[in-house]
Write a protein that binds this ligand. Structure first.
Ligand code: 5GP
Ligand code: MN
Length: 332
């Protein structure tokens, strides 16, 4: 992978750019994709942003999402844009499999592929890029990308809102250890450019349906198991649970963090039975490496303190497997 600054001369000429992110996009995925989208349009490029599947409700307000293509629903349009593109950007993921249905098209595409991401162990299929696992968010890296290209003055209110969304969501509202002084300096700069930070918090955090709020109560009472002696707690959601409350994809966002607010719980997991597979989300505090845990046991990965994976066993078997592993691994 050639360094990201080698891309700057290429982007001097107006080009067709295709940007995508990971399946089941979160605030950092959509925020970084749309910040880059608005920036590249300002630079004179023709840009197509493609999400592998639907954007969750709490991110729909992000400027430009209406123009984004959803690969699940607009596959032909998205594939045409990919075919016609001069450059392909990938943000907030580093292996094509994370885009799920876009994997094959990305693998077969022959245009230069450019990575901006903060997950560990990028694949070697990127031609240019930057990968820094210590960074708070991909949004912070898009901010750095714009600045390194000498374009700080192009950051407007909309771009600032996109960037802030990702850094806010990926840092747990600026509380996780990845929140460096540089993050706060960046936010000060975004505010000087007209960022309405209170609005972003409101849009992202205060847009729950009544059903989602009641579902949270149900989950914490009925579906959370705590293993104090193992410093571990997990939540398991069956298809039936999700249907009962008419839960949509984005509605389980953040659930995995709740158990970590219990004293001495260092490792939290969310096990979700989806239509095609069982997904797992892992979070930890301190020295328990959930990236390694996801890689070793659940075909996944991510960051040291936040990762995800999947299981090919059924829902009940997956829960049993998880319990057996934690009793052996003893997270702390
Ligand atoms: P989440 O639990 O929010 O889905 O994911 C937590 C973190 O782990 C995110 O940064 C996400 O990109 C990463 N992650 C989630 N699932 C997978 C996976 O299956 N493989 C890899 N490599 N990373 C994942
Ligand atoms: Mn991220």
């Amino acid at each position: 992978m050639l360094p990201i600054q080698d891309v700057f001369p290429l982007l001097q000429t107006p080009s067709k750019v295709f940007i995508t992110t990971h399946h089941k996009p979160d605030g950092d995925a959509i925020g970084s994709m749309m910040a880059l989208y608005h920036y590249l349009i300002k630079k004179g490029h023709t840009v197509t942003a493609v999400t592998p599947n639907e954007v969750p409700d709490f991110l729909e307000w992000i400027p430009g999402t209406k123009k984004m293509l959803n690969f699940e629903e607009q596959q032909q349009e998205a594939l045409t844009a990919l075919k016609n593109a001069d450059y392909i950007f990938g943000v907030d993921f580093n292996t094509f499999s994370r885009t799920k249905y876009l994997e094959q098209a990305l693998t077969e595409a022959t245009q230069p592929k450019i990575l901006i991401d903060h997950h560990m162990f990028p694949s070697n299929l990127w031609n240019y890029g930057i990968s820094i696992p210590e960074k708070s968010s991909t949004c912070e890296m898009v901010y750095d990308f714009i600045n390194r290209n000498g374009d700080n003055e192009l950051i407007d209110k909309n771009i600032a809102a996109c960037i802030y969304t990702g850094v806010m969501t990926d840092t747990g509202s600026f509380r996780f250890a990845v929140t460096t002084p540089a993050v706060h300096v960046m936010v000060a700069d975004l505010m000087s450019k007209g960022l309405d930070h209170a609005r972003v918090h409101e849009e992202v955090n205060d847009s729950w349906t009544e059903g989602r709020m009641r579902f949270l109560g149900y989950v914490l009472i009925e579906r959370m198991e705590v293993f104090k002696e193992l410093n571990t707690a997990f939540i398991s959601l069956s298809k039936k649970d999700l249907n009962l409350f008419n839960i949509k994809s984005g509605d389980t966002e953040g659930l995995v963090n709740y158990p970590l607010s219990i004293a001495n719980i260092k490792f939290a997991t969310l096990i979700t039975e989806r239509s095609d597979e069982v997904r797992l989300s892992f979070r930890s505090k301190g020295s328990f490496d959930v990236n390694a845990f996801a890689r070793n046991y659940f075909e996944g990965g991510g960051h040291f303190n936040a990762s995800g994976g999947k299981s090919n066993l059924n829902f009940v078997e997956t829960i049993e497997k998880f319990k057996k592993i934690i009793s052996e691994v003893h997270p702390n």
